[in-house]
Ligand binder design. Structure first.
Ligand code: C5P
Length: 275
């Protein structure tokens, strides 16, 4: 069995404050996009992971951790396309895809609550990927409200190639930078074009990696009207009016064109490798 593990962007990411457990309370509008890893599962005894980036196939890989959580095995093959530690949720999406593949391949028929608990155990970004599409994410990431799919939307990604640790960016966040009033709620049910995009983690990420601002300027110079980091960065994204405009912006700044992936597509599992 095979699934695409799509990347995400945070159209908004508002950090409301630090919690007693050390995590931060979030409100975020999250969207799956067309950049994707591919994950295959060949059910069987034992548990192995082959990855075209061999360094990633160690014991801490979320695919292997997902299998151990569900006490199931098999041979996983992972083809990485999503840059690592880039704010696009690549590792988290792989982990969620592994949970979905195991659930399907072994006909576990796990209740949603159990899959969600396993996903939250793997990481704060993982529960979202059990739903994909457009969703409101709250709490530390474990509360996911799926929203209706957005209309077709093109965008440009610009990855500065500067890996940023999520934990380090949260540590750098100052209490006074936390969002006082959430604007994310005003997004729900709206078309993203023209809505305010915010990301509380942008300032701390830029303090840790000042080069981010030069990459934002590259996107703006290429014709983007607005550009923000996704998650804790450092990948920047800019929404575009249409496919043609996205291609023009990407060509001018060496970026990558992508588009929103609706829920049904994000959750598709195929018997064979997708074409
Ligand atoms: O949940 P996950 O292990 O992916 O999170 C990585 C790190 O990011 C956490 O150890 C924590 O420092 C930070 N984090 C946070 N608040 C969140 C999510 C992550 O402080 N809601």
């Amino acid at each position: 069995m095979q699934a695409r593990a799509y990347a995400k962007i945070n159209l908004t990411l508002e950090v409301l404050g630090k919690r007693p457990d050390g995590y931060h309370e979030l409100v975020s509008l999250v969207q799956t996009i067309s950049l994707a890893d591919e994950l295959e599962l060949h059910p069987g005894d034992g548990l192995t992971l082959e990855c075209d980036w061999p360094d990633l196939a160690d014991d801490s890989n979320l695919v292997l951790r997902a299998a151990r959580l569900l006490s199931r095995g098999g041979r996983f093959v992972l083809r990485k396309r999503i840059p690592v530690a880039a704010g696009l949720g690549g590792g988290s999406s792989d982990g969620a895809a592994a949970l979905r593949l195991l659930n399907a391949a072994y006909q576990l028929d796990l209740p949603e609550s159990e899959l969600l608990a396993a996903a939250a155990d793997l990481g704060s970004d993982v529960p979202f990927f059990l739903y994909g599409g457009t969703a409101l994410v709250e709490g530390r990431g474990e509360r996911v409200t799926p929203l209706p799919d957005q209309p077709e939307q093109w965008l440009v990604l610009l990855n500065p190639g500067l890996p940023l640790s999520t934990a380090a960016v949260f540590r750098e966040l100052l209490p006074e930078e936390c969002a006082a009033v959430s604007v994310t709620a005003s997004w729900v049910g709206q078309n993203p074009a023209g809505m305010p995009m915010v990301n509380t983690l942008e300032a701390p990420a830029e303090r840790l990696e000042p080069a981010i601002s030069a990459f934002r300027q590259k996107l703006l110079d290429a014709g983007a009207s607005e550009a923000h980091i996704s998650g804790s960065g450092a990948t920047l994204f800019a929404l575009a009016a249409d496919e043609h405009s996205a291609a023009a912006i990407a060509a001018a700044c060496d970026g990558v064109v992508a588009y929103f992936i609706p829920r049904q597509e994000a959750l598709r599992i195929q018997p064979d490798r997708p074409t």
